[in-house]
Ligand binder design. Structure first.
Ligand code: NAD
Length: 238
């Protein structure tokens, strides 16, 4: 069967082989820090310098990593896909963006960073978002508001993910949903498979190993993303 409308959700696992550490992998820590300290509004309010330093380090690391064969396989797919293709990533790195810059997508393609983007900053007073490639200070003055400071444009725990209406619409319209390298532990992304099932789509998870939500998917494909993703999409009729 040829599919017409595709939604792919990616998580930290797709970037792992590029050298970007995953989140909860073994110990509930993100690069040595408790997630409550570096990925919540309360953590930021308690110690803005620590939080800014954490994201400054993550942003600097982007210069040392490259898209891998899994990111490139999705970029190749987006270039040849004839229908709608929404790629939703929970990742805040720019590895998908770079892969698609190298291989421009067909017109039905869109990429959403639902948990924000390391290369963007947001004014705490006006909400204006702008590109940001360097370090950010704890009290980084905002160019958008006299009393504003700039914070990372990252969706922290307890905050609303971005573009949810657009994503929900695409899930209800899709006939193929594939979740890649995500543990299914973080909502609302973890619930996307249920919406896709309710919409009658075929649902597939690609991961190193079956996740706790394996029973929610029609099919599971297991192995490192750099091998499993090119193999799965290489065999898919488009
Ligand atoms: P997660 O760390 O909870 O889960 C990672 C998943 O990837 C696991 O299921 C693991 O089995 C799988 N995995 C690990 N290596 C893999 C590989 N080589 N090939 C295939 N699968 C592999 O990640 P999550 O589900 O994305 O949720 C964590 C949250 O952490 C997200 O909200 C995200 O914003 C944030 N985060 C982002 C990055 C990034 O931008 N790269 C990195 C760490 C955390």
């Amino acid at each position: 069967m040829a599919f017409r409308s595709l939604v792919i959700l990616t998580g930290a696992g797709i970037s792992a082989e590029s050298g970007v550490p995953t989140f909860r992998a073994s110990d509930g820590l993100w690069c040595g820090h408790r997630v409550e300290a570096v990925a919540t509004p309360e953590g930021y309010a308690a110690d803005p310098a620590l939080v800014q330093d954490f994201y400054n380090q993550r942003r600097r690391q982007l210069a040392e990593v490259q898209p891998n064969a899994a990111h490139r396989a999705l970029a190749n797919l987006a270039a040849r896909w004839k229908g709608d293709f929404l790629l939703v990533t929970q990742n805040v790195d720019d590895l998908h963006d770079r892969a698609h810059r190298d291989t421009p997508p067909a017109s039905g393609f869109e990429l959403i960073h639902m948990h924000g983007d390391l290369l963007k900053a947001r004014c705490t007073r006006s909400g204006v978002v702008s590109d940001w490639s360097g370090d950010m200070a704890a009290d980084q003055a905002s160019p958008h508001h006299p009393q504003g400071v700039m914070r990372p444009h990252i969706v922290w725990f307890g905050e609303m993910p971005l573009a949810m209406e657009r994503i929900e619409r695409a899930l209800w319209d899709c006939d193929l949903f594939v979740a890649i390298g995500t543990s299914g532990a973080v909502y609302p992304a973890a619930g996307f498979v249920q919406t896709a099932n309710a919409a009658g789509a075929r649902t597939v998870e690609i991961n190193l190993e079956p996740t706790a939500g394996r029973h929610l998917f029609d099919e599971g494909v297991y192995g490192p993303a750099t091998q499993a993703v090119p193999a799965f999409f290489g065999a898919l009729k488009t």
